[in-house]
Design a binder for this molecule. Structure first.
Ligand SMILES: NC(=O)C1=CN([C@@H]2O[C@H](COP(=O)(O)OP(=O)(O)OC[C@H]3O[C@@H](n4cnc5c(N)ncnc54)[C@H](O)[C@@H]3O)[C@@H](O)[C@H]2O)[C@@H](O)CC1
Ligand SMILES: Nc1ncnc2c1ncn2[C@@H]1O[C@H](COP(=O)(O)OP(=O)(O)O)[C@@H](O)[C@H]1O
Ligand SMILES: [K+]
Length: 504
């Protein structure tokens, strides 16, 4: 699925209106009805109590007026507060007239803002994608007033004050919503950690925007979802053998961190690799042979750290990083790997920290290498980011400059590609915020990178999505708090199976 800018969202609205031969008010009715349906499913009139719909002067305010009418007809106790304004959009005016007389309406001037009773449900329809600068004046005062109340706030389309796809001054006023209900596709702002305190939980409701426009829209930013992944993971052929799916080499572990090697190895196997060889420091040999009997094991000459690279000829992909530490001997292994690697690479954890501490090695990165940093590791590779938008710029620049794939991990992990595209992941949950889950991702990415049938992009997209999906499947049984990295590999097979395409 594509992610659209605010400007493209407006074009999508216009294209839908034109192609369907409907009016803009009809589309507004559709959007507000989708919002109202969501609302009614969550809260009955008795549970909602007083519903205060706060409307701005544009079409976001128009959505609010339609929602107020529909909620009133649904038996909710509704009142409407209007932001004082000189000008209103045509669809705002139309829906102001359509509002039943029984719904109380008042202008809320900044000088005398009425108190909002605790527990009131506020529908925030002040501003949406039309916002083009930070809020000031009466709008800013109203937002601050709502935020200091103990109301439960639900925002339509965007928390008012938040720009859809650009940063804004840190202190500019933005509504702090519990829920944000947006239309058709999420906006970039909803995916960024710095906006979480405004957005709350978000959901995108379909409103039937023009499929033709969405298919043709020019974008470099995508969501990794089942639609995007359709057809990318071929089924395992009936007459396949272990050679069909590649032989992976995992270089992992150091004294005290052999668990990382075990987790990544198990995950690689559950990811469907044909053969797996794991090289660990000598101290880990018995551990690996016992914990992961399916893998072949090489004992490094060094007891506690990795210090040597085996012959790489047998392997279709090499993974380096989980639990390796940053010893000089291990840095030398990384350097030799970068200089000689005839095979695809997956680099994670301390392999990334070693790269960050030895920046000249970055010039040796073979094209199409996959790097999987979390934000701190990414900062060590680049520079401290001013904000999440700047970090995304750094990410895109880094992937372009080094011709590699970089997966910036977190909620909504973002994969940047050598040609400047960005893919945000939609799976996963906070249960993943626990030690070792990144090692599981490395193992899975290694398995898919070793599969010669997959392109570097497809391997990275599938690994990212399936890792999060495995966590979602696991959390059904374990709950989020009970999710451990060790449990995750058991769900990878099912996550991949869901994505597998049988050819017809
Ligand atoms: N037919 C359509 O175009 C549809 C639009 N929809 C709704 O319409 C919204 C977009 O509507 P609009 O484009 O009217 O924009 P908004 O309602 O988001 O903003 C309205 C007005 O605010 C003004 N404005 C911008 N920044 C401001 C600031 N900092 N302080 C004060 N005023 C400011 C703008 O000049 C604009 O006229 C979407 O977010 C969505 O909620 C939905 O109803 C779906 C259909
Ligand atoms: N709140 C969250 N929601 C979704 N995914 C998350 C969340 N927190 C962490 N993750 C995922 O969990 C993994 C953590 O990786 P990492 O930080 O390397 O952990 P570790 O080093 O302990 O293995 C990443 O894939 C990341 O995207
Ligand atoms: K809003």
């Amino acid at each position: 699925m594509k992610l659209l800018t605010a400007a493209q969202t407006r074009q999508a609205d216009a294209a839908t209106i034109e192609q369907e031969g409907i009016s803009s008010a009809d589309l507004m009715e559709r959007a507000a009805a989708a919002f109202t349906d969501w609302f009614c499913q969550r809260l009955s009139p008795a549970e909602a109590g007083e519903v205060l719909v706060v409307c701005g002067p544009g079409n976001n305010g128009g959505d609010g007026l339609v929602a107020a009418r529909l909620l009133h007809h649904g038996g909710y106790r509704v009142q409407v507060a209007l932001l004082p304004a000189d000008k209103h959009s045509a669809d705002f005016e139309l829906n102001r007239q359509r509002l039943p007389a029984a719904v109380p309406v008042a202008e809320w001037a900044p000088a005398q803002l009425p108190a909002v009773a605790p527990g009131t449900v506020v529908v925030d329809a002040l501003f949406g994608t039309g916002l083009n600068r930070p809020l000031t004046g009466a709008a800013a005062a109203l937002v601050a007033h709502l935020n200091t109340s103990k109301a439960r706030i639900v925002s339509i389309d965007l928390p008012s004050g938040l720009l859809a796809d650009a940063p804004q001054p840190a202190d500019s006023p933005v509504v702090q919503a519990r829920h944000t209900i947006t239309f058709e596709l999420p906006k970039l702002a909803l995916l960024l950690p710095q906006n979480a305190r405004y957005v709350g939980r978000w959901q995108a409701l379909p409103i039937g925007l023009s499929p033709q426009f969405l298919a043709e829209a020019d974008t470099d930013t995508y969501l990794i979802d089942v639609t995007l992944l359709a057809g990318r993971l071929p089924a395992r052929p009936t007459f396949s053998h272990k050679g069909t799916f590649g032989h992976a080499l995992l270089l992992a572990g150091s004294r005290g961190k052999l668990g990382a090697a075990v987790l990544a190895a198990r995950s690689c196997l559950h990811g469907g690799v044909g053969l797996l060889t794991v090289q660990v420091p000598a101290v880990g040999y018995a551990v690996l042979q016992t914990a992961v009997p399916e893998a072949m094991c090489l004992a490094d000459a060094h007891k506690h750290e990795l210090s040597e690279l085996p012959d790489l000829k047998p392997y279709n992909a090499v993974g380096l990083g989980p639990g390796i530490g940053q010893d000089d001997a291990t840095r030398a292994v990384l350097e030799e790997l970068l200089c000689t690697a005839p095979v695809p690479l997956v680099l994670d954890a301390d392999a990334l920290n070693l790269l960050g501490a030895n920046r000249s090695l970055l010039d040796l990165l073979p094209p199409d290498t996959l790097l999987t940093p979390h934000p701190k590791e990414f900062e060590r590779l680049t520079e401290p980011a001013r904000d999440d938008y700047h970090r995304l710029e750094l990410l895109r620049d880094f992937a372009r400059r080094h011709r590699c794939y970089v997966l910036l991990k977190g909620a909504y992990s973002c994969l940047a590609t050598p040609d400047g595209q960005r893919y945000f992941n939609t799976t996963g949950n906070p249960g993943l915020a626990t030690g070792g889950t990144g090692d599981v991702l490395t193992g899975l990415a290694l398995a898919l990178r070793a599969d010669k049938r997959l392109s570097p992009l497809d391997a990275a997209l599938l690994a990212t999505y399936a890792h999060g999906r495995a966590a979602d499947l696991a959390a059904v049984h374990t709950g989020q708090a009970g999710l451990t990295a060790g449990a995750l590999p058991h769900y990878i097979g099912r996550a991949l199976q869901e994505l597998t395409t049988e050819e017809f």
